[in-house]
Structures are given as structure tokens and as C-alpha cells.
Write a protein that binds this ligand. Structure first.
Ligand code: HPA
Length: 276
């Protein structure tokens, strides 16, 4: 990538805007196994990431690698959905990982939903449960805001006391109640990955106050916060974290859980996005 982050975001945003030819109200990033929500939209415009200037490519199985813009059924709401995201563990810089958020910001978007697959650390969580992210712990130990400061991107030292909007969490709970679903709320801890954690690491995370663990979302949420976007974070608990239950963890299991709850997840997302 060449040019400043600001310029790259402008270039990506311009291309996306030209292709979709409509104003977008809400952006949604879909985590591993959760891609089906994009298919529920109407009047879809689909843009493969490789066509978008400066966007990286999705290299992870279960991440399609395309931006789907469309209308939420029976509403006038236009949504841009990332079917697949970029991860630090893929070898991308955090500038690359978070460029889509910068592009959404450049498009004037103010509402963001970040979703992910996560391991459950809290012993009350079951496979297939959803957790609203109340807060996060950045154990990736690197900030996407590191580097020369560009005022056009936002503040140098942005406040992080409410990265995940309290109002949006309330909306999500109400939407879930409508379909008889109860949502957990907790702290998401992000690691670089790509290996899963050891049981000893999970015990440490439990002591540090984490309820769920994953390898994404935090860089995107930090950038969104810097740009003043209101963010909702939703984790699907695809498995018990290492050592919480017996047995190994694998990506196939993570993907399968996404598919198992797909219908419920789509219904939940539709209702949430309609209210944001
Ligand atoms: N650990 C880290 N990331 C994950 C997990 C996990 O157990 N499950 C899904 N993503």
C-alpha cells in the first residue's frame, strides 16, 4: 500500500460508493461462519475485495472476501456487509486490517456492527450462545493507531471508556428478547493468534477478567472509536476455550457452530440493524 492511510481510505471509499450508488446507513463485519447474513439482503451489489483499491484479500477458510451492499428486507435501511475480514495473523499490518473501517468512516458511516467467533472462557457460556461485547482487553499488545499522527483520522489519544455503545447493547437485548433469545454480556480478549490458546493462558485470561477470547475485532473497534463511529460488538461462542472443557479446538468446529446458529444469527442481526 502506498500513500497516507487517509488517502487510501478515500480511494477505497470512492470506489465502493461508485459501485453501490446509494448511501449506507450501517456497516456490519461478519465473523467466521457467520457470512449468511449478507445473503438475506435485497437489491444486492457485491464487490470482491480484490476489486477495491488497497483492500487486502481474505485468506481464511470461512471468510468469503467480499463486500455486500443491500437493503435490509422490509425497511429502507441500506447496509454494507463485510463477508470476511482481515486478521493480523494473516500477516497484514493493522493499517491493512482496519482500512475497511477507515473507508466506512470516509463514506460518512456512523454505525458499525462487529461480529466474531470466540472461545468461551466464562464457565456459564455454552456453545452457540451469543455475547454482547461490553468491553475488551487488547492482549494483541499493539494498537492500530501506532504511527505518525494524522489529524484527519481523529484524535491522537482517543478515549476508550465506551468503545462498545451502551445504547446499542440495550437495543440488541431488546431485539433478542423479541425472538426469545437471551444474550450474555462480557469482556472480549483479543490475541494475535493464529494458534489457539493453552489451558494455562486461558486460566490467566480468566483471572484478568476475560469472558471470551478471539483473534479479531479489537483493532477495528479502536479505529472505529477514533473515528467517532458507534459500535456494537457481538461474539458467537463457538467453543469452550482451551482447558475449560476437555478436548482440542479446531477451525472446523468453529465454522460448524456458525452454520448451526446461522438462522438465529440472521434473525437477530436483522432485528438489531433495523433499530440502530
Ligand atoms: N480462541 C481464540 N479464537 C477463537 C476461539 C478460541 O477458542 N474460538 C473461535 N475463535
Amino acid at each position: 500500500m502506498t500513500g497516507s492511510i487517509f488517502d487510501r481510505a478515500q480511494t477505497s471509499a470512492r470506489y465502493i460508493r461508485e459501485q453501490i450508488a446509494r448511501d449506507i446507513d450501517v456497516a456490519v463485519v461478519l465473523g467466521s461462519g457467520l457470512g449468511a447474513f449478507a445473503e438475506t439482503l435485497e437489491d444486492k451489489v457485491i464487490i470482491p475485495y480484490e476489486d477495491i483499491p488497497d483492500f487486502a484479500r481474505s485468506t481464511v477458510e470461512g471468510h468469503s472476501g467480499r463486500l455486500v451492499a443491500g437493503k435490509l428486507p422490509s425497511t429502507p435501511i441500506n447496509v454494507a456487509v463485510m463477508q470476511g475480514r482481515f486478521h493480523y495473523y494473516e500477516g497484514y499490518s493493522l493499517d491493512e486490517v482496519t482500512l475497511p473501517m477507515r473507508a466506512f468512516g470516509a463514506m460518512g458511516l456512523k454505525k458499525l456492527v462487529l461480529t466474531n467467533a470466540a472461545g468461551g472462557i466464562n464457565p456459564n457460556f455454552k456453545q452457540g450462545d451469543f455475547m454482547l461485547i461490553r468491553d475488551h482487553i487488547n492482549l494483541m499488545m499493539i494498537s492500530p493507531l501506532r504511527g505518525k499522527h494524522d489529524k484527519r483520522l481523529g484524535e491522537r489519544f482517543p478515549d476508550m471508556t465506551e468503545v462498545y455503545s451502551k445504547e446499542y447493547r440495550q437495543i440488541a437485548k431488546e431485539a433478542a428478547a423479541e425472538i426469545g433469545l437471551s444474550l450474555h454480556e462480557g469482556v472480549y480478549m483479543a490475541l494475535q493468534g493464529p494458534n489457539y490458546e493453552t489451558p494455562a493462558e486461558i486460566r490467566m485470561m480468566q483471572i484478568l477478567g476475560a469472558d471470551a477470547v478471539g483473534m479479531s475485532t479489537v483493532p477495528e473497534a479502536i479505529v472505529a472509536r477514533q473515528m467517532g463511529m458507534k459500535t456494537l460488538g457481538v461474539s458467537l461462542i463457538t467453543n469452550a476455550a482451551a482447558g475449560i472443557e476437555e478436548g482440542p479446538i479446531n477451525h472446523a468446529e468453529v465454522m460448524e457452530m456458525g452454520q448451526r446458529v446461522s438462522k438465529q444469527f440472521c434473525e437477530l442481526m436483522t432485528r438489531i440493524v433495523a433499530r440502530l
